[in-house]
Write a protein that binds this ligand. Structure first.
Ligand SMILES: NC(=O)c1ccc[n+]([C@@H]2O[C@H](COP(=O)([O-])OP(=O)(O)OC[C@H]3O[C@@H](n4cnc5c(N)ncnc54)[C@H](O)[C@@H]3O)[C@@H](O)[C@H]2O)c1
Length: 334
């Protein structure tokens, strides 16, 4: 089966996904695109040989669309995921599933109503070779219990209209999912520490340092710094009872020149995680083709990340540690 895909939201991330679905992911084709900015959609449709739609719900219901990728801005995710669930179509939604807990709860309820796990959330680090290798070692138990995790998330320049809240709900949310997935447990508490803001922070609390504890008692530091200027960088180091794991620098060469040696840094997340994004897409297409359950992050994982985001926003606002209260998972929720 060739999976016919539609992409809603063809900005930086959606255009990249559209190109991969049209060109490098096997077993699928890109048939449809929509963006509220018609010029943006038109250029991606022309480049990728897809049909441009002027209504996202018509795209979702179209007979030439088997599955939908949502890469529009964060606040619009919920409405499109709900429309996909109502149409009974699998959807890969970029992170966050929704910026708020209530939105994720509505998605979980709609998915339970649909009676199938149709939603995948785009936490692509789960497909990164380095993170996967770290997880393998954590799971084989050879290093003993994880004790401390250090995470660093730096962007060269912030996304437009970033706020202190979106630094949590849209950037730190990657770290929340990594902690949950890598350590295979839930985050129990979160505290947010403020440094003085960087000169380029434009009124946001950038950088910020989040300290998390997990249900079993590990501790996590997560720095989010989106105006770091020098480049895009994600770091992760796990300290366990019998050794440590350090996510390696993915640059393949070391350049020596003028009595200096160094590695290049990407400008943003697309070159850094290009392979992970494509593995994520390939896995999603495969799951859709065989009508199997989605294998990436589920709607429940998106919900767990939103619970931590909400607690972190409260921690930022109050300056106090916050508990993350995870309700019992209803049997139908995945
Ligand atoms: N997984 C990752 O690593 C990663 C990285 C970057 C962005 N993202 C996520 O991908 C999404 C897109 O981010 P981006 O960097 O491409 O931003 P962007 O601003 O470049 O693109 C967003 C696009 O959404 C469109 N849009 C806005 N409202 C819409 C609506 N109602 N209907 C349809 N289209 C609408 C905009 O016109 C724009 O083209 C965001 O949710 C972001 O959080 C994920």
């Amino acid at each position: 089966m060739t999976v016919r895909t539609g992409v809603i939201g063809t900005g930086v991330m959606g255009a990249a996904h559209a190109r991969w679905l049209a060109g490098s992911v096997s077993g699928c084709e890109l048939t449809a695109v929509y963006d509220i900015d018609a010029g943006q959609a038109d250029s991606v449709a022309t480049e990728c040989g897809a049909r441009m739609f002027d209504d996202p719900v018509v795209l979702i219901k179209d007979d030439d669309v088997d599955a939908v990728l949502v890469a529009s801005s964060d606040a619009t995710h919920e409405q499109f995921v709900l429309a996909c669930l109502a149409a009974g179509k699998p959807v890969l939604c970029e992170k966050p599933l929704a910026p708020d807990v209530a939105g994720c709860e509505r998605v979980l309820a709609a998915q339970a109503e649909a009676g199938a796990s149709l939603t995948t959330v785009g936490f692509m680090r789960r497909y990164d070779a380095g993170y996967l290798a770290m997880r393998d070692v954590v799971q084989d138990g050879s290093l003993g219990r994880p004790l401390v995790l250090h995470c660093v998330h730096r962007n060269a320049s912030p996304v437009a209209a970033a706020s202190s809240t979106t630094l949590i709900t849209s950037s730190a949310v990657h770290e929340f999912d990594v902690v949950h997935w890598l350590l295979d447990e839930e985050i129990a508490t979160v505290t947010v520490h403020r440094s003085r803001p960087a000169s380029a922070a434009a009124g946001t609390q950038d950088p910020m340092l989040l300290v998390l504890t997990t249900a079993s008692g590990a501790i996590v530091s997560a720095e989010v710094f989106t105006t770091a200027a020098y480049g895009y960088e994600v770091r992760c180091e796990l300290v366990a009872e019998r050794g440590t794991l350090l996510l390696d620098d993915p640059a393949p060469v070391v350049l020596r020149r003028d009595r200096q040696a160094g590695r290049g840094l990407p400008a943003d997340w697309i070159p850094r995680f290009a392979q992970a994004y494509q593995r994520e897409l390939q896995d999603w297409i495969q799951a859709v083709a065989v009508e199997g359950p989605a294998r990436g992050a589920t709607a429940w994982d998106g919900y767990l990340a939103a619970l931590v985001s909400a607690a972190a926003v409260a921690a930022l606002e109050t300056g106090l540690p916050q508990h993350v209260r995870v309700p019992e998972r209803p049997a139908l929720y995945r």
